[in-house]
Design a protein around this ligand. Structure first.
Ligand SMILES: NC(=O)c1ccc[n+]([C@@H]2O[C@H](COP(=O)([O-])OP(=O)(O)OC[C@H]3O[C@@H](n4cnc5c(N)ncnc54)[C@H](OP(=O)(O)O)[C@@H]3O)[C@@H](O)[C@H]2O)c1
Length: 327
């Protein structure tokens, strides 16, 4: 068993709150510090979770010798600067998805982690659920035969205004960066990175995509049809079709069930993987396990994959015409 890790979080928004509700239930993890743009907000937010150190400056927090691991929970456009400051000061970092705004930033973050010999992982929590890990094993061992096609969708209805991060181009708004990582990570984790990318999207009044369709071609002619959207809720499911059957994964981004329909007349097989809380414990434990082993990245959420997926999203955005100031 490893030591008790002291975590710090940057950002006091929606995901920080959900993440800390799971983190605060893990005995090996301590919610130690909160960093906000406002010191009073850091204190008010952090005290709910037992934090004892509060900052309104990322550098000062990164220099705190008591901090072991930093969780970056700010808008996409802040990920690069926040993570670099923490890594340059020797901190392990878990950075929210998407890892950055573009592939160039993500690559510099990977290089910074390696140069400083510190741990860095994109918070692709979906990859770490027991159900999804089982699915990855099944595909690798050929349980569904040869995989032919993957389809995945992640659409929800945004109710926030144009100045909020989901629609605001200054904060990296748009469906591709917000929910694109889930569908692309799902496909790439199962059948590898694509050689070919085709995208079509609907851009809204703020100039960012409100939904986008992404078709990928992987090796051996395997295809993926992916959809990400912030303008309407979709079933949020993943379907993998192979020569020996197909698998349906409802709510694939926080999966607790795999439904396998073998080829022919056999009955479907339903496997359940129940979990407690919201499900962030799997990525929290992955980070602490990797750090305790001296790893600088997770074998399941490797940095090269995060960088390549950012590059796929660069290409998607190039095709649909979405650009940000930092591109
Ligand atoms: N893994 C998941 O399930 C999941 C779910 C939702 C979102 N996310 C990711 O988490 C990140 C944050 O999303 P969120 O929904 O939590 O966003 P949010 O509710 O807007 O919170 C972001 C927080 O970042 C801080 N911040 C720092 N600079 C900011 C700026 N320039 N503008 C606005 N806020 C700023 C703010 O805290 P202070 O005011 O205290 O500084 C704010 O509360 C995004 O990258 C998103 O993709 C992940």
């Amino acid at each position: 068993m490893h030591k008790r890790y002291r975590w710090a979080v940057i950002g006091t928004g929606t995901i920080a709150r959900k993440f800390l509700s799971d983190l605060s239930r893990i005995p090996e993890a301590e919610v130690y510090a909160v960093c906000s743009r406002s010191l009073s907000r850091a204190r008010e937010f952090g005290e709910d979770y037992g934090a004892t150190a509060f900052y309104d400056d990322v550098l000062a927090m990164a220099e705190d010798q008591n901090v072991d691991i930093v969780y970056v929970a700010t808008p996409h456009t802040e990920h690069f600067g926040n993570a670099i400051t923490c890594m340059e000061n020797g901190k392990a970092v878990l950075v929210e998805k998407p890892m950055a705004v573009n592939g160039g930033q993500a690559r510099k973050m990977m290089e910074c982690a390696r140069r400083n010999n510190v741990f860095l992982m994109e918070a692709m929590w979906s990859r770490l659920f027991p159900a999804f890990r089982t699915l990855v094993k099944w595909v690798a061992m050929g349980r569904m035969g040869q995989i032919r096609n993957i389809s995945a969708d992640f659409g929800f209805l945004n109710t926030h205004g144009p100045e909020e991060r989901l629609l605001n181009p200054v904060l990296g708004g748009g469906a591709t960066l917000d929910v694109g990582p889930y569908v692309i990570w799902a496909a790439a984790s199962l059948v590898g990175l694509p050689a070919k990318v085709q995208a079509m999207g609907r851009l809204g009044e703020t100039g960012v995509d409100e939904h986008t369709i992404i078709n990928l071609q992987h090796s051996m002619g395997v295809t993926s049809q992916l959809m990400c959207g912030i303008d309407g809720k979709t079933p949020q499911q993943l379907i993998i079709t192979g020569t020996e059957g197909w698998i349906w994964v409802p709510d694939f981004w926080h999966a607790d069930t795999l439904i396998y329909q073998p080829r022919g007349e056999s009955d479907e097989e339903v496997l359940s993987f129940p979990y407690e809380g919201l499900g962030y414990q799997f990525q929290i434990n992955e980070v602490m396990d990797c750090v305790s082993k001296g790893f600088t990245e997770s074998p399941r959420v490797p940095l090269s994959m995060s960088v390549s997926i950012m590059e796929v999203m660069d290409e998607v955005r190039r095709q649909i015409g979405v650009r940000y100031a930092m591109d």
